[in-house]
Write a protein that binds this ligand. Structure first.
Ligand code: ADE
Length: 418
């Protein structure tokens, strides 16, 4: 079997951690058990470009249980857990092409290894597979029945493809499922971003001024958790509605040019470019910590920071200290890449359970319905989304009320009022 991982000898450690994560993924487990019996993905080649973590391993195992041939590469050069990659190869017979810290050239070499298997389904986190196919490997389109997309940034790219009329096959926006972004983006990013910053720096949040750039689901989650640790949180936004929401949630809201002077820790979670830019660095306090939890490493203008610095020193794992010409230092974490996956382990298994249940059911849906789908971005069918919610709540041991007949009738009527 062809594969490319850091060290196959790491496999046993990876397996222990994959099994540990599985305990917190009861919904995916139930899907996997059904897949094993029904084989809905039989003989389908799935090319997956996802963060190679213990949770992703459990998804790959579930897809394989469903009969698919799964091939995995990383969706970020710094997010791979090398022991997990090794275990998937050694214990589960799943070819993986991913090494933590791989350079850009290797990253794309690995993407092309996945594409060489001529996937019928693409599973993306950030749309790099789809984009590479459209820009460089159009010959593969003839085999592809559809794809899925895990994250906000990827969905934005796909919608831009659809708008430009170049999207060449149907893709399900897993990110837009309620059981995905309500939990993964908010509680997952909230906790794992804090985890990444703390593992990289061991900094105390209590009493710090924490600047959250972006108040989407990820920003909301991060701000909430930073506040819970005793930080004073400032939010920056470009959207009027979200800015009102942040203000009413109790945060200070201001432009980055003002927040830059006040923050001790800065986190970008916007999905946009140069949110912390050249003009902001000289305004920052000495020793400011800057990191990103958005999909791409372009939210912080690190090239500009490099140019305006007289030196750069790696002072700890995942911490680069830039000394500006004015003598002040700025510490960039994880090279501006997703800090929760670069310095920590990404979102906990309990939320990835729902995200990856959506992935598994979307792959099954794609196989069953591809002939009826157009070259468009689709949301996960509501029925599947709600079924995942039901299974999760059940697994959490939480019972809820059901509507009575009388209530159902009332909600479907209009006659009775004041
Ligand atoms: N994205 C964020 N956290 C993740 C995780 N633990 N596994 C896969 N993708 C992720």
């Amino acid at each position: 079997m062809k594969y490319d991982v850091r060290d196959i000898k790491l496999a046993d450690e990876g397996k222990k951690r994959i099994v540990w994560a599985a305990k917190e993924m009861p919904v995916l487990r139930q899907i996997s058990e059904r897949f094993l019996k029904e084989k809905p993905l039989k003989n389908k080649r799935i090319g997956a470009c996802l963060h190679v973590t213990t949770e992703t391993a459990n998804l790959a195992i579930a897809l394989k249980a469903g009969g698919a041939d799964v091939y995995l590469c990383a969706s970020n050069p710094l997010s791979t857990q090398d022991d997990v990659a090794a275990s998937l190869v050694k214990h589960y017979n799943i070819p993986v092409f991913a090494i933590k810290g791989e350079d850009n050239k290797t990253y794309y070499k690995h993407i092309n290894e996945i594409l060489n298997i001529e996937p019928q389904i693409t599973m993306d986190d950030g749309a790099d597979l789809v984009t590479t196919i459209l820009l460089k490997r159009k010959e593969l389109l003839k085999n592809i029945i559809g794809g899925t997309e895990e994250t906000t940034t990827g969905v934005i790219r796909l919608r831009a493809m659809e708008k430009d009329g170049v999207l060449a096959y149907p893709v399900i926006a897993v990110n837009d499922a309620l059981t995905k972004h309500f939990f993964d983006n908010r509680y997952g990013t909230g906790q794992s971003t804090i985890d990444g910053i703390i593992r990289a720096t061991n900094v105390l949040f209590a009493g710090k001024v924490v600047v959250t750039a972006g108040y989407g689901w990820c920003g909301r989650g991060f701000a909430m958790r930073a506040k819970g640790l005793g930080a004073h949180v400032i939010v920056t936004e470009v959207n009027h509605l979200k800015a009102i929401e942040a203000a009413m949630d109790g945060y200070e809201v201001m432009p980055m040019s003002e927040a830059a002077k006040k923050g001790d820790i800065f986190v970008t979670l916007t999905g946009d470019l140069n949110v912390i830019d050249k003009r902001h660095f000289p305004l920052m306090k000495n020793g400011a910590i800057v990191c990103n939890s958005g999909h791409f490493n372009n939210e912080i203008n690190i090239d500009a920071l490099k140019q305006m610095s007289k030196s750069v020193k790696n002072v700890r794992n995942f911490v680069d200290e830039y000394t500006l010409k004015n003598g002040k230092t700025v510490c960039v974490l994880g090279e501006g890449r997703l800090i929760n996956l670069a310095a920590a382990e990404g979102h906990p298994a309990s939320v990835m359970d729902m995200s990856f249940a959506n992935q598994a059911l979307s792959a099954e849906f794609m196989v069953k319905n591809s002939k009826n789908l157009e070259k468009k971005v689709y949301t996960v069918p509501e029925k599947l989304d709600m079924e995942i919610a039901r299974l999760k709540l059940n697994a959490m041991g939480i019972k809820i009320d059901a509507l009575t007949k009388e209530q159902q009738k009332y909600l479907n009527s209009w006659q009775s009022g004041t």
